[in-house]
Design a protein around this ligand. Structure first.
Ligand SMILES: [Zn+2]
Ligand SMILES: [Zn+2]
Length: 364
């Protein structure tokens, strides 16, 4: 069967042939891949910035955003049946007894860093025709979401963040009684993570602004407008101007990995505000930041800053529910997030060419 793989030692990205996997353990499930999303992580692995093959293997099959159909189940599989459509989680626990997170089934909070990730670190990924994994890592997606289910995995980032935002905001119980729109969110970045995050924020009643580099009109700004959020381009509005326009910013959802903009934005976070980092910046030269202002604000305005990565089962369940409700509420905008579906043979342009569109999908 076909698979898209990197050989880091040879600095090579190729469409390879490999044997089909088979069910080996009683709880294994065999999937036929329907859609596999291409994201910045895949493009970075293809630029050899990271990505580690499994032990004893010279290549890594990439791809971590997936939608698959169950073809066959092992004898002890209880939750899944052939024909089910599923999203498979990415991260697998480390082996250490002392890692309470992994032992508790929450490898998204792994303490040791010795976790593995399908398509990223030490485990083959999903850019291939057939995949086997344990049923415990699979979440059923309603068949009615066949066309948009590929958005579940990238949405889990926002879902995990918002679960934590809710936990933090429990400290402000009176906020829960506020009218819709009384909480204001700012999303930095209009890629798939930012746009899906904006949808999740609008769904929770935040008055939401998306701040991005590109000048409007553009397809991303159109998506933002059609879900009732505001699009502001950095080309014509500075951050202080943006702060003036929005008023008190209760939540910043950072989705670019651009650290300079992120730390500048921290200066306009409002009283009792929460700042969530989801982007992973490349390592560049150190920059100067105004630490006095940021630290003063953190203390005097009760602010909280946290980073979040990967996602647990609760975020996957929330993402499946939300993709369903987004598709009902904003069918055209959700479809517009998926720029195109391409055969596996088109991998070169999508992984190595200039980044285009919003979410590109490979089919096998
Ligand atoms: Zn991704
Ligand atoms: Zn661990």
């Amino acid at each position: 069967m076909k698979a898209i793989a990197v050989r880091p030692a040879a600095r090579e990205v190729a469409l390879i042939e490999q044997d089909e996997p088979t069910i080996e353990r009683p709880t294994d499930v065999l999937l036929r891949m329907l859609d596999v999303g291409v994201c910045g992580t895949d493009r970075e692995i293809c630029a050899f910035q990271y990505g580690t093959p499994p032990d004893g293997c010279d290549h890594l099959v990439i791809g971590h955003e997936s939608l698959g159909e169950v073809v066959e189940v092992g004898p002890a599989v209880s939750r899944l049946r052939p024909g089910d459509v599923v999203v498979t989680m990415v991260r697998r626990p480390c082996d250490h007894d002392h890692c309470a997170a992994c032992r508790g089934g929450r490898q998204d909070f792994c303490f040791t860093g010795d976790f593995t990730e399908r398509g990223i670190g030490k485990r083959h990924g999903f850019m291939t025709e057939m995949v086997v994994d344990d049923e415990r890592y699979m979440h059923v997606v309603p068949r009615s979401l066949r066309d948009v289910g590929i958005l579940v995995e990238p949405l889990t980032i926002a879902e995990k963040a918002l679960i934590q935002v809710d936990q933090v905001q429990d400290r402000l119980p009176w906020l829960a009684t506020g009218a819709p729109g009384s909480r204001r969110a700012l999303v930095i970045g209009a890629g798939p993570v930012g746009l899906l995050g904006a949808m999740a924020l609008i769904a929770r009643g935040f008055d939401t602004t998306v701040y991005s580099r590109e000048q409007a009109p553009n397809p991303k700004a159109d998506v933002v407008a059609s879900i009732g959020a505001h699009y502001v381009s950095a080309t014509d509005t500075t951050l202080p101007q943006l702060a003036e326009r929005i008023g008190r910013i209760d939540l910043v959802y950072e989705a670019t990995g651009a650290s300079t903009v992120a730390f500048e934005t921290m200066k306009i976070l409002g009283t009792n505000g929460i700042f969530v980092f989801t982007g992973v910046p490349g390592r560049k030269a150190p920059i100067e930041i105004d630490t006095d202002t940021i630290m003063r604000n953190l203390v005097l305005k009760n602010q909280i800053v946290f980073g979040t990565v990967n996602a647990g089962p609760d975020a996957f369940q929330a993402a499946i529910r939300d993709v369903g409700s987004f598709a009902e509420r904003w069918p055209a905008a959700v479809r517009a997030l998926i720029t195109g579906r391409y055969p596996a043979e088109a991998y070169r342009d999508l992984l190595l060419g200039p980044a285009t569109g919003i979410k590109n999908v490979l089919t096998f």
